[in-house]
Ligand binder design. Structure first.
Ligand code: ADP
Ligand code: ASP
Ligand code: MG
Length: 451
């Protein structure tokens, strides 16, 4: 087959039998050949992790397992799916949890194997849902179609050569069949199951889209598109009709959960437009064409001063200060060499003649050790309780008065700003504030800029 589009459906879109039916309608209604990527049934990934931690601590994992089974088997029953399609994977759940509990140990490798059951089961449930409606479909674990990764569990990196392998595997699928492929998971060359990081099914969709060189990657989710602000902070935030790749990447990176931050890079490599659509908002029977709905990520988006706002509620910041930094070449590289060696990635950075301010999120690395090392040649202040407010827009660089307007709004609302940074591409302004004021700051900016 040669799919013309990838359709990815997130957890909430697949949370119940009714939701699965709705998704089936979107898939059946779309008459171009497509490849479907699915997340786990809504909430199941979290439940699997809870079950794993409970089993490891030898406390009761049972309530979590009961809930997982309830969600899966309710779909089986309501849609009259043959329970055999998930029986083996369901037993695997017990087997893995027994192992974790007996050893009292949860290795990253076992955790990935366990959590992969979510996507593996939902792919089978959804393929069966399509078959029930006489749509030819088959479930695939992503590695059956060539998705291999390195062996860094919980945040595995796809192997560059996998793109060619995926493309070949897809072309060997018979025409007329819709492959339903697990998002989020892959397999290392030695055969261990890996995962691409939480929310990683979007990234899977982009990888399959790139490998198959589709004309569009669709991300179907529980909101009607990418909104100008996080709807949990600004209820009723407006949908963005079009946004450029770079802007969408910044938004995702700075906390807009609707897209996994790594989704954009593969799409952009071949200029494949990404469309974000609401599973429950788009009515398959509505004559409004799909291209007039949701958000289209494409570089043809017209410029706007501010396209959207994003918020990272909880980050750490570090302030490095040294008089020796004055005219001392190599100071910055010394600090960053330590951070890189300790596997700490910096989000926002601002420097002055004698100081550097930085923020970090998702710190995989050893921050304590890095601080200790930097402290041998500079003063280091650590602030664990900070938030980042980010404004994204390709027109920011053209609007000279905008920056002062933004600071007026923040000061009128008593929102403190500790660090200001503007990326080299100047499509974003990031402000470091504190969690107590971040929500208000976002609401005030939204009101003034888009309200
Ligand atoms: P899925 O399971 O479909 O992948 P996610 O929960 O990962 O869905 O992402 C969708 C959620 O992202 C929305 O329900 C919304 O609460 C949140 N979100 C945060 N910022 C934004 C934004 N700017 N636009 C849209 N949704 C956002
Ligand atoms: N099911 C995974 C998660 O909850 C991946 C995804 O939904 O994209 O993180
Ligand atoms: Mg998601």
């Amino acid at each position: 087959m040669r799919p013309r589009l990838v359709m990815k459906f997130g957890g909430t879109s697949l949370a119940t039998a009714e939701a699965m039916q709705r998704v089936a309608e979107h898939v059946i209604y779309e008459d171009r050949p497509k490849l479907v990527i699915v997340s786990a049934v809504g909430g199941v990934t979290d439940l699997l992790l809870e079950a794993a931690y409970a089993a490891c601590a030898k406390t009761a994992a049972e309530p979590f397992v009961i809930e997982i089974r309830k969600r899966h088997f309710e779909i089986v029953d309501k849609l009259s799916i043959d329970s055999q399609v998930i029986a083996q994977l369901d037993q695997e759940l017990d087997r893995l949890l027994t192992g974790i509990s007996m050893l009292g140990e949860l290795s990253p490798r076992t955790r990935d194997a366990l959590v992969s059951l979510g996507e593996r089961i939902s792919a089978r449930l959804f393929a069966a849902t399509l078959q029930k409606r006489n749509h030819s479909a088959r479930a695939y674990d992503s590695w059956e179609l060539g998705l291999t990764t390195n062996d860094v569990h919980a945040c595995a990196e796809p192997r560059p050569e996998c793109l060619g392998e995926i493309s070949q595997a897809i072309s060997a699928i018979e025409d007329g069949l819709t492959p339903v492929v697990t998002g989020f998971i892959g397999r290392s060359p030695t055969g261990e199951i890996t995962t691409l990081g939480r929310g990683g099914s979007d990234f899977s969709a982009a990888l399959f889209g790139l490998a198959a060189e589709v004309e569009e990657i669709q991300i179907w989710t529980d909101v009607q598109g990418i909104l100008r602000a996080d709807p949990r902070v600004v209820p009723g935030a407006e949908v963005i009709p079009m946004i450029r790749f770079e802007e969408a990447a910044e938004l995702a990176y700075f906390g807009a959960k609707v897209l996994h931050p790594r989704t954009i890079e593969p799409a952009r490599r071949k200029n494949i437009p990404v469309r974000v659509l609401g599973t429950f908002q788009v009515d398959p029977k509505d004559p409004t064409p799909i291209w007039e709905q949701g958000t289209l990520i494409d570089d043809r988006a017209p410029s706007e001063p501010v396209r959207a706002l994003a918020l990272q509620r909880q980050v750490e910041s570090l302030h490095v200060h040294s008089m020796r930094m004055l005219e001392a070449p190599g100071f910055l590289s010394r600090v960053f060499e330590i951070l890189a060696r300790r596997r700490i990635s910096v989000d926002v950075i601002a420097t002055s003649e004698v100081s550097i301010s930085m923020t970090f999120d998702r710190t995989e690395g050893d921050l304590n050790a890095a601080i200790e090392e930097i402290s041998t040649f500079a003063e280091v202040e650590r602030e664990p309780n900070r938030s980042i407010l980010c404004l994204v827009g390709s027109g920011l660089r053209e609007d000279a008065g905008l920056l002062s307007r933004i600071f007026d709004i923040l000061s009128q609302n008593q929102v403190p700003v500790y660090v200001i940074s503007q990326g080299a591409s100047r499509i974003n302004i990031t402000l470091v504030t504190d969690p107590a004021h971040a929500l208000n700051g976002m609401r005030a900016l939204y009101q003034e800029l888009f309200g």
